[in-house]
Structure formats: C-alpha cells, structure tokens
Design a protein around this ligand. Structure first.
Ligand code: GLU
Length: 484
C-alpha cells in the first residue's frame, strides 16, 4: 500500500502558518514512507471561498518549498482537486446513503431550526437537530418534495453507544453517539458540506493517513460513521495541536501575525521558516544541529515525536534560525539573489516605481521615501499620530479599521479606500483627516506614496501589526459608540 497524505486547505482567507505546519507534517510522513502528498482545495463554503485566497495558498506553500504530487495546479489521476468541481461525484454518494437509509431528507425551515436552537440554549442543552423529519414516512417525504419544499440531506446517527476515534498519538478517544449531531451532508442547493466532501474525497483519493488540526477531532465521529455507512476503510487519523504563543494562548491573527505572507514580507527565508516549523513538529535530539533542510527533516521524521501539547510559535527562535541561515547558509551570490527576490521583483518593483516617480527630485530620495516598505517595525511618534482627530476619534478610527480590514474579502487599494470612507462617515470627518494618522502609523511619516497603495503593497498582516502598535500608542482600543 502506498502511503498517501494530503493537505486540504479552505481558500477563505490569507494563508496561515498553521497550514504550512500541517502541510509539512503530512509531507514529511508521506515522503518518509516513500509515499505521495496531495493538495486538495476544500471550497465547499461558496460564500467565503475566493480564487484570490486559493492562489495565495498555492503560491505561499510553493514558496515554503512544499511540492505536491497531485493538486489543482499539477493535476493527477484522482482529480479534479477542487471540491467545487466535484459536485456530481458527491451527489452519487448522497443518493447511496439515502437509498440505504443512512441519511434522510430534512425539510425544516431555517426559522424552525433557529427556534429549536434558542429553546435548546435556554434549556442549557448543546444545539443539535431534534430529528423531526426522521418521523416522516415515505409518502410524507414524497408529498413535500412534490410540493417543491426545499430540503437538506442529513446523516443518521445511532441513538446510543459510543464511537471510538483512534488517534495515532492520542490513542482511543470515545464520543457518545448521543452527543453527535445529525450532520447536514448536502445543502438545499445540492452542494455538499465539508463533512461529506472530505470523506468522499479522502476515500476516492486513496488517502491513507490524515494529519490535521485538533479543531477537527469532534468531526471525526461523523466522518467515521460515514466511512462505515459507505463500507469504506477510514484513513488513520492524527489530530495536531494548534500552534500557541509563548504565553500558551492560541496563535491568533488579532494578537500576532499568523500569515505566511507576513513572514515572507518581513524577510524570513522559506527554508528557515520551514526548519522552524519542522522543529516544532520533531524537536532536535540531544546534540543534533537544529539547522536542517527539508530532505533531512523527512529522514528524521517520527510521528511518535510530534508533540500533543501545543507547540510554541516563538518568534525569537525563528529569528535566531533565520539569522543563522542568512549568515551561515547563503553564499554571497545566493544572498544577493535572495535580497533581489525579496524586495524588488518584477511587478512589485514596477508598482512601487510608478508610485514613487512623481514624488522625488533625486533618485537618492527613494531611500527615505520607501524605507517603510522594506522595514519590519517602524518608529512612530505619538504626537504625529493624532493630526486633526481628537484622542477618542483616533482610537475609534484605528479600532474600526482593524476590524474592517480583517473582514475584507480581498486586500487591495480599492477595498481599503472603501473602509476609510466608511470610517470617515461614521466619525463625521473628512477622509483626508482620517487618513493622516494612518499615514503616520503605516509609513512613519505624514507624506509618502499614496496610503491605500502602500497598505496593499505591505500586505494585511504588516498593516495589522502597525495599526495595533499605533493603537497601543494612542491608548488602546476604543469602545465603539458609532454603529460598526
Ligand atoms: N478544509 C479543512 C481545513 O481547512 C481541512 C480539514 C481536514 O484536514 O480534514 O482545515
């Protein structure tokens, strides 16, 4: 049997370092066993999935040095590798489950489900489907269908007994079936949910081992039931703890940069980032040099050494590893090449040059004008931040911006400008007056190349980090009185 692992990201946001971590573990395990590593895009959430996020995920994982044997960009014998292109496949399995009586059509309206949830919450119960549509006989189901009532398909769950999830590192974890919800498998628009698509694809793509984030462990009983209903052997599972901050809190983009792009823009080398993540997965043994390339990480990879307590994403350690790569592992020519690729590659250089040209008198003005684009933290003077805003207005503007920027589906100058217009309106100020403190927070100066373009070029994570610093200088987040 060939070992086959996969990474199955959902393209719903900026690529996360956790995805690189999980990808690395799946890659190392597959390659260690002479197997194959697959990339599948799980875009069943049509509202939140974007082509831009998918492109960014593929690009950044490639930048990290991961390669996959099969995937949406490289093809392969088990394609398509994007779930939105596999609807017809899922339908056949929904029909099988319905025919075998393992699933049922549920006609409950969103209002009824909401009332049920509210009542369950009031009674202190976890929210779960109450099984009303299970009581309908075939004639009733046919009548409702003929009347054109929309329905979803839900899986049946045994009333009692326990489901044992065997985790490669945690051992057997027991879940009582009573606590497992009758999961929706197919939505009323005929598209699958994550759970169905994930199980069908792991089976059809012949995945043998799944290493995934621990947030999915509670889904495992549903998945195992589906494997049983469909008569399939499930893959071996291991749930990986989430990365943590040094204070053990969950790594979250509200507190720390979590985007791979941030680390790329900040000038971390991909091999250093992967080396760092590889050490979180399999710490160095006694006397072993911590610097190691991907091939070496594969060779020494042991599932038994993957920690089940949350590994700490310690940026100081990453800095140390990165510094060692820069100083010890790059010869002069490679270093030059890296600097060139990091700072001034084709399109980015053209865009920056186009913005700077009308604003300089001498080429030597470029250094100071553009320094903020090539820096990590920048010094900001609190007196310069305020401009024409009162202290509470400044704090409100920064607080609103941080929330709104997080929610933007696409990160570009146009979308960023929209946020500024909204904030200016909410505060009853001119957009120019609202923008000024942002200039200072982002560029370190009140005159520079245009703000919205600068923010796009810097990327969401660096902007978030600079605004968070500015907000701390300004006195911390505001309680928003204006409608958000
Ligand atoms: N699409 C899921 C995610 O974004 C994958 C979960 C799994 O690996 O089963 O994390």
């Amino acid at each position: 049997m060939t070992v086959r692992t996969r990474i199955a990201p959902s393209p719903t946001g900026d690529p996360h370092v956790g995805t690189a971590y999980v990808g690395l573990i799946n890659y190392c395990f597959a390659k260690k066993h002479g197997g194959e590593f697959i990339l599948r895009i799980e875009d069943t959430d049509q509202q939140r999935s974007t082509a831009e996020s998918e492109r960014a995920i593929l690009e950044t994982l490639h930048w990290c040095g991961l390669t996959w044997d099969e995937g949406p960009d490289v093809g392969g014998p088990h394609g398509p590798y994007r779930q939105s292109e596999r609807s017809a496949i899922y339908r056949t399995y929904v029909d099988k489950l319905l025919a075998a009586g393992h699933a049922f059509k549920c006609f409950c309206t969103p209002q009824r489900l909401e009332e049920m949830r509210v009542a369950q919450r009031a009674a202190g119960q976890p929210s779960h489907y109450d099984g009303l549509c299970l009581t309908y006989d075939a004639a009733e189901v046919a009548r409702r269908e003929a009347a054109g009532e929309p329905f979803v398909v839900r899986m049946k769950v045994p009333n009692d007994g326990v489901c044992v999830v065997s985790d490669l590192r945690r051992g057997d974890i027991e879940f009582e079936y009573k606590s497992v919800d009758m999961q929706v498998l197919m939505k009323s628009d005929g598209l699958p949910t994550y759970h169905l698509a994930n199980v069908v694809d792991d089976h059809l793509m012949e995945i043998t081992h799944v290493f995934r984030g621990e947030e999915w462990v509670s889904s495992a009983p549903k998945h195992l039931l589906l494997y049983r209903y469909l008569g399939w052997e499930p893959p071996k599972l291991m749930h990986l703890p989430l990365l943590r901050n040094p204070d053990k809190s969950k790594l979250s983009k509200r507190k720390n940069p979590t985007g791979i792009l941030f680390y790329q823009r900040m000038g971390y080398l991909p091999e250093a980032l992967m080396n760092f993540l590889g050490l979180l997965a399999n710490a160095a043994r006694e006397g072993e040099d911590e610097l190691m390339d991907l091939a070496h990480m594969v060779k020494r990879f042991e599932v038994e050494h993957v920690p089940i307590g949350g590994p700490v994403f310690d940026v100081a350690k990453l800095d140390w590893i990165n510094a060692r790569y820069i100083r010890e592992r790059l010869d002069a020519a490679t270093f030059v090449e890296r600097v060139r690729r990091w700072a001034i590659t084709g399109e980015r250089l053209e865009r920056i040059a186009g913005l700077a040209q009308p604003r300089i008198e001498r080429l030597s003005d470029l250094g100071l004008l553009l320094a903020f684009l090539f820096a990590g933290r920048i010094p900001v003077r609190v007196e310069e931040l305020r401009g024409k805003l009162a202290e509470n207005e400044l704090r409100s503007a920064l607080t609103m911006a941080l929330a709104d920027f997080d929610a933007l589906p696409a990160w570009n100058a146009f979308a960023i400008e929209g946020v500024f217009k909204r904030i200016a309106e909410a505060l009853g100020k001119k957009p120019r007056d609202v923008a000024r403190p942002f200039y200072v927070a982002i560029t370190g100066s009140s005159t520079s190349i245009p703000l919205y373009d600068s923010m796009e070029l810097l990327g969401r994570d660096i902007v978030r980090e600079r605004l968070r610093n500015a907000l701390a200088l300004a006195g911390g987040p505001a309680k928003l009185e204006v409608p958000a």
